[in-house]
Design a protein around this ligand. Structure first.
Ligand code: HEM
Ligand SMILES: [Ca+2]
Length: 818
């Protein structure tokens, strides 16, 4: 491994002409006398570079003396070595549906296609039954109450029309499988082998699910040769067209754990039901304030931003799209008969619950995740559906299907629709969502009557305005798209709307991928994990990393547990902070779910942005703010909401995740034989609490175990989550034919373009799309001597030059939607 030559702006000149860096007036850590020659780190030569290129070394650089330096023009930079050598890690394989040559019991051998067809009638019957139940409930007036926490959760997890249709199909085949398992008394470990012998196309279920199976997804040459991604993520893999497409299934790294081998939630190892998810949440998860010393809330927020790009697990709904009721209005269990459609998985609240008992509530509603049609086209256990594209492709900005993408475009000059505000494009907000419930604040909270111009926001993903800072992150990426489109239009006056839109989209996605792998992931996973798997971006040249055999799809383990680590980092309050870094206002989360009103106040977006770079994230630990565990989606004035930790635990069971111990084993941490075997990674007090709620160490839910682990070296999370997260981000990099630094693909950038993309940082996107004047170059890290607040004009926050896009790139052929 040899060091590539340093780009000129990184080279420190002997005695630079020190022009005074504009200093902010507020109290920031004093910048020590900068050095001109960078010290060595453990024998590694280091150079002065823009700080954002030192994220992977942050922990060392932070505690090392003399690491604040000056770039060639005198602006602050950071001394750090080159990115370390990347190894080529091995991703986990998907577990086989039928492991080895399991001998099927004789009576299971008799299961033939006629039995499948007979069972499919029952599957169809279940569907009719469920429609009947929905009708009866409606007639009885048992419907979801507007503005209730349940209604807001339904809005958050709302399926697309396509997802609804697919789920209806998949529901029949899953029920068929359930019936067969019962009729033939198939043992759980034989379910895979027994069922996967049947292709749906060879049974009466033929018409089911055929829209999504590999066989029915076609990709024309134009699409395959396009330098631009399809909006729905299809045709990325040249042979497996559906891999990563929206409305396709999640995959797994361990076989599912369902009690019946198909869809019913796992039981405790002793055969009893598992402890209630709310009981586990109360016993283990408290609200203790443990802010990070060095990481800002931007780190949490960018995590949620990625979450909304990579995944959307819609809940099941009634046929007409209305939400399903799973607990009565007063928070009690529904009668058996009213839950007979099988789509409910409500959480039982113990009678003596310290919080919900005050409101007499014994039931927290949860609706089962939408079912996917299996991409292998076979009969088997339940698979769940991702409504977004699985790739890191900014589907939350652009949409995951052509219809939505079309609605978001102006069809002029490649731009996206906005809500224009006074002052110009740097004040634009997200466009309005028609017909949605009001996103205004009640008068008791804001002190004023709800203004008539305040609208809910619309974006590529339906959760864009779930919190004010989520909306903030969406807004700056929206503005960046339009800013880039305007700049490209100036450089290339001949480009039409489509070309401008696609080229801009390609650049913005590349920027997001670069920020993720260069600035964000190093903090999450730590340097050694990044290098071990080969996740670090290159400093120059092209990557040859693409593996056409690797399925990039999101894993159940990732969406159902590991990537929810972010919930532990959430702060109960969002801060509006001014340029002097003085907190002007603090918003209590429970009052601001799906409220956009604050964004209509001039100047607030900048204050949210500075707040994001000022407030610390919470650490990842078994502690969660009560805004999420008691007041999630609270209805104004009611005093209670939902418990997100309980929802996470229950969702893990819904998605068929194995218990925590199985993933410890997979990840090489080693299976714990008993509770005390956890002492390598858990505090004694936590083990004690595990013992109180779980019957066996093999019962612990993955989410619960994951957030309670001691941190892996250099990582923001423990080793088991680190391992699952790293595996997913490896698949997203190596399994994406359009990954930004790949060479030799139709969609590859030129080297000059790529080097410009590499200058991207989140700080630059903040600076270029707001009125913020000063910010630290590494926005995921607190300001410090090696990350001082600098002017947005400063070269400490490098700028991309778009000139390499000036007619330089002439695609031979590219796909254009009609
Ligand atoms: C205030 C901030 C947040 C709120 C209010 C919130 C709320 C929620 C809710 C209500 C769900 C659905 C639960 C279910 O029905 O299963 C969810 C899922 C999820 N959250 Fe969060 N979340 C927040 C922040 C984050 C962050 C910071 C991350 C990651 C870094 C994250 C990652 C996830 C993931 C991966 C899922 C699963 C998504 C899906 O299946 O579609 N969340 N969140
Ligand atoms: Ca996506």
């Amino acid at each position: 491994y040899s060091n590539p030559p340093l780009p000129p702006q990184y080279v420190v000149h002997e005695r630079p002409n020190y022009s005074e860096v504009p200093r902010p007036t507020y109290d920031v850590p004093k910048v020590p006398e900068p050095v001109y020659y960078c010290p060595n780190f453990a024998g590694l030569e280091s150079h002065c570079r823009p700080s954002k290129d030192c994220t992977v070394w942050h922990n060392e650089v932070f505690s090392y003396p003399n690491t604040a330096c000056k770039l060639s023009d005198g602006n602050p930079g950071t001394c750090c070595p080159d990115l370390p050598c990347n190894y080529k890690g091995t991703p986990f394989k998907e577990p086989p549906l039928c492991e080895g040559k399991i001998e099927l019991d004789d009576h299971v051998e008799c299961l033939d296609v006629f039995s499948v067809n007979a069972a499919s009638d029952v599957g169809e019957f279940e569907l009719r039954l469920q429609k009947e139940t929905a009708k009866r409930l409606k007639e009885k007036g048992i419907v979801v109450q507007a503005a209730s926490p349940r209604a807001t959760h339904a809005r958050f997890s709302n399926p697309s029309e396509q997802a609804r249709n697919v789920t209806t199909e998949a529901f029949v085949s899953v029920n068929t499988a359930v019936v067969l398992v019962k009729r033939f008394k198939i043992k759980t470990d034989q379910v895979g082998c027994a069922l996967h012998r049947f292709k749906l196309s060879e049974t009466n279920l033929d018409s089911k699910c055929n829209t999504v199976s590999q066989a029915h997804c076609s990709c024309s040459e134009d699409k395959l040769n396009s330098p631009f991604r399809m909006i729905d993520g299809s045709c990325n893999n040249e042979r497996r067209f559906v891999w990563g497409r929206s409305v396709s299934q999640y995959h797994r790294i361990l076989a599912s754990d369902y009690d019946d081998g198909v869809w019913s939630p796992r039981k405790a190892t002793n055969g009893n039901t598992l402890p209630s998810a709310r009981l586990v949440s109360v016993a283990l998860m408290h609200d203790v304030d443990q802010p990070s010393e060095s990481t800002t809330i931007w780190f949490m927020q960018y995590g949620q931003f990625l979450d909304h790009d990579l995944v959307s697990t819609p809940e099941m709904s009634n046929e007409d799209g209305t939400p399903i009721v799973c607990c009565s209005e007063d928070g009690k269990q529904l009668d058996e008969e009213d839950r007979s459609h099988g789509k409910c998985l409500p959480i039982e609240v113990p009678k003596n619950d310290p919080f919900f008992s005050k409101f007499g509530r014994t039931c927290i509603p949860l609706i089962r995740a939408s079912l996917a049609c299996r991409t292998d086209g076979k009969l088997g256990h339940a698979a769940q559906l991702n409504d977004n594209t699985h790739f890191l492709d900014l589907s939350l900005v652009y949409g995951s299907d052509d219809k939505k993408a079309g609605e978001l475009r102006t069809r002029e000059k490649g731009e996206l629709k906005v809500t224009a505000r006074q002052g110009g494009p740097e004040f634009d907000l997200l466009p309005p969502l028609d017909g949605a419930s009001p996103c205004t604040l009640p008068k008791e909270v804001s002190g004023i009557d709800p203004p008539s111009d305040v609208k809910c926001f619309k974006a590529g993903d339906g959760r864009s305005d779930v919190t004010p800072i989520m909306a903030t992150s969406q807004i700056i990426f929206l503005r960046e798209h339009n800013r880039l489109a305007r700049a490209l239009a100036q450089l290339n006056p001949s480009w039409n709307d489509e070309r401008l839109y696609q080229e801009t989209r390609r650049i913005l996605i590349a920027q997001a991928q670069h920020i993720t792998y260069n600035e964000w992931l190093p903090i999450l996973l730590g340097r050694s994990k990044m290098t071990e798997l080969g996740l670090l971006p290159l400093q120059s040249g092209f990557s040859r990393d693409y593996d056409q055999h690797l399925n990039p799809s999101i894993l159940n383990e990732f969406v159902g547990a590991a990537f929810r680590f972010g919930h532990s980092m959430v702060q109960g309050k969002a801060l509006l902070v001014n340029e002097q870094r003085v907190v002007e206002k603090s918003l209590v989360l429970r009052q601001h779910f799906f409220k956009t009103q604050e964004h209509y106040i001039p100047g607030n977006l900048d204050k949210f942005l500075i707040g994001l770079a000022t407030q610390p994230s919470q650490k990842v630990d078994p502690y969660f703010t009560i805004e999420l565990t008691e007041h999630l989606f609270e209805e104004a004035g009611k005093g209670f909401g939902l418990d997100l930790v309980a929802l996470n635990i229950q969702r893990g069971r819904d998605l068929g995740l194995r218990s925590y111990n199985a993933y410890r084993e997979l990840c090489g941490v080693g299976r714990a034989k008993d509770f005390d075997g956890l002492s390598d990674l858990f505090a004694p007090a936590i083990i004690q609490r595990f013992k109180e709620v779980y019957n066996s160490v093999d019962d612990i839910d993955l989410f619960v175990g994951g957030v309670s682990e001691a941190k892996a070296e250099g990582s923001y999370v423990g080793p088991t989550f680190q391992c699952i997260l790293a595996d997913q981000f490896l698949k997203l990099k190596r399994g994406d034919r359009h990954f930004y630094d790949l060479g030799g693909q139709t969609g590859s950038f030129t080297e000059e373009q790529l080097n410009e993309i590499r200058k991207t940082s989140l700080a630059r996107i903040v600076c270029d799309n707001s009125q913020v004047n000063d910010i630290q170059p590494m926005v995921f890290k607190m300001p410090s001597a090696m990350n001082p607040i600098v002017s947005c004009q400063s070269s400490s926050i490098p700028r991309m030059d778009l000139r390499p896009w000036q007619e330089a790139y002439k695609p031979k052929k590219y796909w254009q939607p009609r």
